[in-house]
Unconditional design. Structure first.
Ligand code: C5P
Length: 356
């Protein structure tokens, strides 16, 4: 796509990147608060939240994809028709169904499964780590994204980028030093080891899914919104499986009827719904950023969100900033900045995932 759409005169690329930074910070804080503000027995099901997110994202993507599909301007032997006439609507629906179930739609099953795992792990991580610590540790996504870009897309990284990745790992390590012990937040016992393990695993699925989604998007002509619909469709089964495997204890309301009597939406408070809505926005923005910017710029936007999260964490969650935390976070931010420096040599210019 050479034409970059604009929003109020600003390129969609920058609008989506900035909105993604704000969304990332907001999501971490709201998600963290929604999980730790109630005792575990009164907490909503994370797996159900992931399923609802996919349903909403899929529905929005379906509507946008439908609006973007044109019916033939006129039917043989008939006058030009409105795109909203019954025949045109039927024609557009048929085209959309054909597009969604095109022969290569199965390719989206891989990122779909990975994202469902990631989105569930994110809840585990955010429930067991401080919001700011989670945010910093989640920056290791840049490391995994780079690794999978090198492995799968055979990209070359400049020495500066490798150095930046090393700094990133060191910075995250420093932040973990002060987080080595379990702490208690409001009603929850937080298990830092559990949280950190979940973050590391989520970083792997994020890197692999992101690179794979970009590969599918770039190597075919299908519309981004059609790809999003396919992604959501393939997410439904694994998202349901996650609800079953997470067990009724996660679903909170246990009934003698077993699963049939379990209300998976028990304890879905306003904060839970807010988490879902911000997550939906994040998914749509991520898709736009991958299309109109790239994975590297995405990393930059999320590192900006660290600063926002820090400030709010200190103010709202009484988060104590230690010297090691400030040092580690600074190293992470410097590493992110280094990673985003344009390469000077022509051969490494292809290290940007958008330039194959
Ligand atoms: O952290 P990361 O950038 O990997 O997170 C991607 C998030 O965006 C995931 O929650 C994933 O479900 C969502 N996503 C999406 N649609 C896409 C790509 C990602 O909803 N096309």
């Amino acid at each position: 796509d050479t034409s970059i759409p604009t929003v109020c005169g600003l390129p969609l690329k920058y609008v989506s990147l900035f909105t993604l930074a704000v969304q990332n910070a907001t999501l971490t804080l709201i998600m963290h608060y929604s999980r730790v503000s109630a005792p575990p027995s009164q907490t909503y099901s994370a797996a159900a939240a992931v399923l609802v997110t996919e349903l909403l994202k899929g529905t929005i993507s379906l509507m946008v994809a439908f609006a973007r599909i044109d019916a033939p301007a006129q039917y043989p032997g008939l006058a030009p028709v409105s795109q909203w006439s019954p025949w045109a609507l039927l024609c557009r629906s048929r085209r959309l169904v054909r597009e969604v179930f095109r022969a290569d739609c199965w390719k989206l099953s891989i990122p779909a499964i990975l994202y469902v795992i990631q989105n569930n792990l994110q809840f585990v991580a955010v429930s067991n780590l401080d919001a700011a610590t989670f945010q910093v540790s989640y920056q290791m996504k840049i490391l995994t994204t780079a690794a999978f870009s090198v492995l799968l897309l055979r990209r070359k990284l400049s020495p500066t980028k490798w150095l930046a990745l090393l700094f990133l790992a060191i910075g995250v390590g420093i932040v973990q030093i002060q987080n080595g012990t379990s702490s208690t937040s409001l009603h929850h016992d937080m298990n830092a080891v559990k949280g950190f393990t979940a973050v590391v695993a989520a970083c792997f699925t994020s890197g692999l899914a992101g690179v794979y989604f970009e590969m599918v998007l770039k190597n075919s002509q299908a519309d981004l919104w059609v790809r999003n619909v396919q992604l959501s469709l393939f997410s439904l089964l694994p998202a349901l499986a996650a609800i079953v495997f997470s067990g009724p204890s996660d679903a909170a309301a246990v009934s003698p009827l077993g699963w049939f009597g379990t209300n998976i939406f028990a304890n879905f408070t306003g904060w839970a719904w807010a988490t879902v809505l911000v997550q939906v926005l994040g998914g749509l923005l991520t898709a736009l950023v991958i299309k109109y910017a790239d994975n590297i710029l995405k990393g930059f936007a999320t590192s900006l969100s660290i600063v926002i999260s820090f400030m709010v964490s200190v103010a709202v969650f009484n988060f104590h900033m230690t010297i090691t935390f400030i040092l580690g976070s600074t190293v992470v931010l410097v590493a992110t900045w280094m990673y985003n420096q344009p390469d000077t040599s022509a051969c490494v210019a292809s290290s940007s995932p958008r330039q194959e």
